[in-house]
Each structure stands twice: as C-alpha cells, then as structure tokens.
Ligand binder design. Structure first.
Ligand code: XMP
Length: 319
C-alpha cells in the first residue's frame, strides 16, 4: 500500500542510491514542491544537500525570513540566502510590459542562482521539485507562461559546464501526494497547504513598473487580506487569493483632510485546475473588514476594490 510513509521511504532509498556520496544543489523558493524536496533530501542525505534561496525583493511579507527560519534554523538544512532585491529592482526599473518583466525576473534569477551555486565546491547533482503535472505539461506545450515559469523556477538555464545531473524525487507524484508527503516529513500544515505563488512574485502583482515602495504597500495589504481569510475560515475555501497594487491615485478623506493615494485590488478565486476559475463569493462583512483595515493601517492606500472577473476571459493574475 502506497501510504505517505512508504512513498517517503521509497524516495529516500532511491535518492541515496542515485547520488551516493555526492553533493546536491537545490533552488529553494519557499513553494510547496521545492520545500518538500528540501525536507526529503535533507532526511535522505543530510549535509550533502545545499540549498540556494534567492530573495528577489518580490516575495510576500516576511517570506524570506520564514524560509530561513523553517529550513536553516528549525531543520538544520544548509541554505545560502542571496538578498538580491537591489539587483532585481535595478533591472526592472522603467520596465512595464508584463512579459518583459517576467523575462527579466527569470533571467536575473538564473544569473544569481548560477553565481551562488558556483561558490559551492564539488556539486554533482541538481535537485528539482518537478512534479508529474509539470512533466506532462512540458511534454506538450513548448511556449506559454507555465513553461517559461517552470524553466525559470526549476532552473533550466544552468551553464553546461556545470554539468549537473538532475535528481527529481517528486517526478511521479501529483500535488495532493506531494502535500501528504510534506506533512509526513514534518512540514507545517500552513506551508504545505499554502496557495500557489507565481515565480515572478509581486513583480506581476504590481501593475506596470515595479518599485520598492509599491512592493512594501502591496506586501502589507496582501498580509492583511490573507490573515483575515485565515481568521474567517475562507483561506481553505479559496484556491488562490492575493492583493494587487494599482499605480493609479484616487481621492479619499481622513477627518477634514483629503488624501490622494493608491488603489489595492483584492482577488480571490475558486478553481480545480487553474485553467478556469470563478471569483470567490466572499462575504461582504469579510470584504468590509479587509478594506477598512487596509485603508486605515496603510498610508498610501485610499481605496480597495474587489475583482469580480472569472477566468476566462480574465486571467487569475492581473498581468
Ligand atoms: P493566470 O493568471 O494565467 O494564472 O490565470 C494561472 C496560474 O498560474 C500562475 N501564474 C504563474 N506562475 N509564473 C508562475 O510561476 C508566472 O509567470 C505565472 N503567471 C501566472 C498564477 O498564479 C495562477 O496560479
């Protein structure tokens, strides 16, 4: 019987047999797949694993610290963190086209990842969090977002001279199995059941040009939204929920003073496959609370809107 415990046991045995005493490199993103690979490989080969975590400045509130806390501090995994916000934001300055932004973020990621990993001696294997649906997807479509993303996130662009061989322990598993073995490996529930987050991160949730100040506002608005979804029991009922930063200004009043500030859009969807999606019918009281909190707690935001577009024709992300 293929219980999570058996799958873990089997995967550990296979990894050990495959890599022997060699060193393995893993790009850790904080997402479910790479996190499960990190936990699995750590259990299988301990110190032979080194993870590289690139903080691109486009992550959610405290996300970088949480990744380090969970893996490096709590589990004792070797993680090299590269704080590269400045580099990413420099490269993104003046760029507002969504696909261009994706390309820049993807290429910069590969560059930073290469540089960090070239400092590690004696690596022979590159571990990836490829899961079964990714295998099918890349066998089919050659173009499109998902492919670009996966090649960026799973680091397809390593230079040939590194000559790393791939180890992909989740290659035969579906997402729900990956989640179950994540729990089996002791990863916390809220990390294992976290909504998906795109590789380019807040880069595609800040419409148009990406700026540090915009990212700061968005991170805080998003954190309020997600906290209230958790508190009301709606987080698990939605498949993906997040805030979007609109770089347009709208008039508001506080006391006697008028203010002229940015707009935050809230997006929450229900979907099975992310190909089609319905906007989540969140209770008005919840939306009201989130809106009040965002406007009252974040200077720089004077208006909150809720996105009632379904996919198709709208996409889940705004860019
Ligand atoms: P859309 O916006 O196309 O999103 O309806 C469908 C799913 O894909 C995610 N998404 C991305 N993931 N890199 C990623 O890793 C990307 O560039 C990207 N664009 C969209 C999106 O978050 C949703 O889950």
């Amino acid at each position: 019987l293929w219980t999570p415990a058996r799958i873990v046991e089997d995967a550990i045995a296979r990894v050990k047999e495959t890599v022997g005493n060699d060193h393995v490199l893993l790009g850790l993103s904080g997402g479910v797949d790479s996190s499960v690979v990190a936990a699995l490989l750590h259990r299988a080969i301990g110190d032979q694993l080194t993870c590289v975590f690139v903080d691109n400045g486009l992550l959610r509130l405290h996300e970088g610290d949480q990744v380090m806390e969970m893996f490096a501090r709590n589990m004792g995994v070797k993680v090299i963190r590269s704080d590269s916000e400045n580099l990413f934001l420099e490269r993104l300055a003046g760029v507002s086209d969504p696909e261009q932004k994706r390309k820049i973020i993807g290429n910069t990621f590969i560059e930073v990842f290469d540089e960090e990993s070239s400092k590690i001696e004696g690596v022979r294997w590159l571990a990836q969090g490829t899961i079964y649906p990714d295998v099918i997807e890349s066998a089919g479509a050659k173009t499109g977002k998902a492919h670009v993303i996966k090649s960026h996130h799973n680091v397809g662009g390593l230079p040939d001279d590194m000559a790393l061989e791939l180890v992909e322990p989740l290659r035969e598993l579906f997402k729900d199995e990956v989640r179950r073995i994540g729990l089996e490996l002791g990863l916390p529930r809220d990390m294992v059941f976290r909504h998906p987050f795109p590789g380019p991160g807040l880069g595609v949730r800040i419409l148009g040009e990406v700026k540090h100040d915009y990212a700061e506002i968005l991170r805080r608005a998003d954190a309020i939204f997600i906290a209230e979804l958790h508190a009301s029991g709606w987080y698990e009922k939605t498949s993906q929920a997040f805030a979007v930063f609109l770089p347009v200004k709208s008039v508001g009043v506080v006391g006697d003073a008028r203010r002229y500030e940015y707009v935050i859009a809230l997006r929450a969807v229900e979907t099975v496959d992310f190909m089609t999606a319905r906007w989540a019918h969140l209770p008005y009281e919840l939306l009201e609370k989130v809106s009040n909190r965002i406007i009252n707690e974040i200077t720089g935001v004077s208006r909150v809107t809720y996105d009632v577009s379904s996919k198709p024709p709208a996409t889940i992300e705004w860019e």
